[in-house]
Design a protein around this ligand. Structure first.
Ligand code: ATP
Ligand code: MG
Length: 235
């Protein structure tokens, strides 16, 4: 397994947010976390990144125990992240937003940095607004920049939270192709996704998260066939 999570528990204050979460993410796959609003998808992603440090449980990445590692150490170990709100720096251009990860870490060699050519081959539309400031981008354009930025340090795994949120149907199909291309480049993808139909087009591996627990593990197509499971994903 590229990422192996065992028995993770997360408390924020006195609230028990995640309960005994175990997930196995194989190398080279796309895996989806499904579940309704407030189920715990984003909290799992933030725990993997160390933004929400889990109190118990283990996170192994490439065989290395990252359970107590800092976020910086996890990023440098090869984990990229695009948050659910697709934050971009409004005063910086798209190009500068993408360079930011390399400025912060000091990594610039071609082995450690994803090339702009590769990013533009995944999202050709970036060419049109590469020199535009973040404040002048549409929601879908910000998503592209945020996902591209997650790739900037040549990660082995990218955590994409709500990558498809708010996109028009045509753009959704472009993003599906883009993510398939990312996977073909050997990058493993973990998605926080609220739409099971999109999940079923991307992968046969999904987890339903319900009230901070893993409720189901299997093929999204199975979810679409079962009334009881559809209710849990909210769509
Ligand atoms: N920083 C925080 N402080 C307090 N509670 C939090 C915090 N972050 C998340 N929670 C709570 O944890 C639960 C899980 O939230 P989370 O954001 O992980 O859900 P989600 O599945 O990503 O939902 P959505 O589909 O709305 O994005 C919710 O009840 C939420 O209110
Ligand atoms: Mg979320």
């Amino acid at each position: 397994m590229l990422l192996d999570i065992k028995n993770l528990d997360l408390f924020i204050g006195r609230t028990h947010i995640l309960r005994h979460i175990s997930l196995a993410i194989p190398e080279g796959e796309i895996v989806c976390l499904l579940g309704r609003n407030g189920a715990g998808k984003s909290s799992i992603i933030k725990s993997i990144l160390g933004l929400y440090p889990a109190q118990t449980g283990r996170i192994h990445f490439k065989g290395q125990d990252l359970s107590r590692a800092s976020t910086r150490e996890r990023v440098l170990a090869g984990i990229g992240y695009s948050p659910d709100d697709a934050r971009v720096f409004t005063e910086l251009t798209v190009e500068e937003n993408l360079k930011l990860a390399t400025w912060v870490t000091g990594k610039t060699s071609s082995q450690t940095v994803f090339s702009f050519d590769k990013i533009k081959s995944i999202f050709p539309a970036l060419n049109k607004f590469f020199h535009r400031k973040g404040m002048h981008l549409s929601g879908g354009e910000k998503k592209m920049v945020s996902i591209s930025r997650a790739l900037a340090l040549n990660p082995s795994l990218v955590l994409l939270d709500e990558a498809f949120e708010g996109l028009a149907p045509l753009v959704v199909s472009h993003f599906i192709k883009a993510l398939q291309q990312v996977r073909e480049m050997g990058i493993t993808i973990l998605l926080g996704e609220s739409n099971v139909h999109i999940a079923s087009q991307l992968t046969d591996r999904a987890y339903i998260i319900e009230r901070g627990e893993v409720y189901f593990e299997g093929n999204p197509k199975e979810i679409l066939e079962k009334e009881e499971l559809i209710k849990l994903v909210g769509k």
